[in-house]
Write a protein that binds this ligand. Sequence first.
Ligand code: MTE
Length: 313
Amino acid sequence: MQIRIPRGWETPEARVTPEHLVFGRRKAFGIAAGLLGAAGAAQAQQAAGGLPPAMRNTRFAPGREISPERDVTTFNNFYEFGTSKSISQGAQRLPQRPWTVKVDGMVETPREFGIEDLLRTMPIEERVYRLRCVEAWSMVVPWTGFPLSALLAQVKPLSSARYVSFETAAIPAVMPGLRQSWYPWPYVEGCTIAEAGNDLSFMVVGAYGKLLPPQNGGPIRFHQPWKYGFKAGKSLVRITLTDQRPVSFWERIQAAEYGFWANVNPAVAHPRWSQASERALGTNARIPTQLFNGYGEFVADLYSGLQNERLWA
Ligand code: MTE
């Protein structure tokens, strides 16, 4: 007899949010992407605030219910707008257009991409990912975006490039947090080339079938769901390939607590609190945290041979 043990990220059928609830709003506008003509697709895109229609990639089942949109868009970490979680109003001042992302450094053809060009040319899809914040809360969000690897392919990384650094917007006129000059602005994050090339590494341009709101990092942010959420730089302006390991914002502030790798691990406590469980946003439920946030099957191989590195904090 063959017994099939569900993998960490798989969802029991009964707990999957019914597709009509997730896609209902978009279906109301008649989106069935391939079935519509160009005019219909354009109309649908307009209805979603400019976000192209995206099919869900079912390879990455979240294993939990999708978090309420209201909670995800009103409980945020975005220190450029202040240290409270209630920055969603203030973040509306961040202009979303025009917006460009420079991709440079150790690449054959450095380029600056306009956000509209990315929306038009990148392989856009929807992925429902978990996000586990280092502060021990978590959420499940239907993000729209494209693999980072598709963007990097456009600039052709040189073989000497070993890391990718992500720099996020720093606009003093609209970001009051920048006045807190003891923080090492701009917010910078990084990963290795191998991590960047992993299929899970995702550039996010939308959430819940709409353009990504500024408080969540609009118009474009990064997300690697097996790492703590602070690795996911918001409102990106520059991506640089380099042979130097980037020192991130949080690492500069407190290296003992926030390291370069920051892979989720329930067995390795933060120096000030346990990481064994997490509070699911929008509920009072505390649920066990999973190794690599449940994505080990896709990413554990990235770390073989790196046991001397501080992989978990
Ligand atoms: N990016 C920037 N530029 N500034 C920030 O303060 N906070 C990080 C990350 N990206 C942050 C950032 C942290 S700690 C987390 S948990 C996530 O964004 C939160 O994303 P959310 O507000 O969409 O939940």
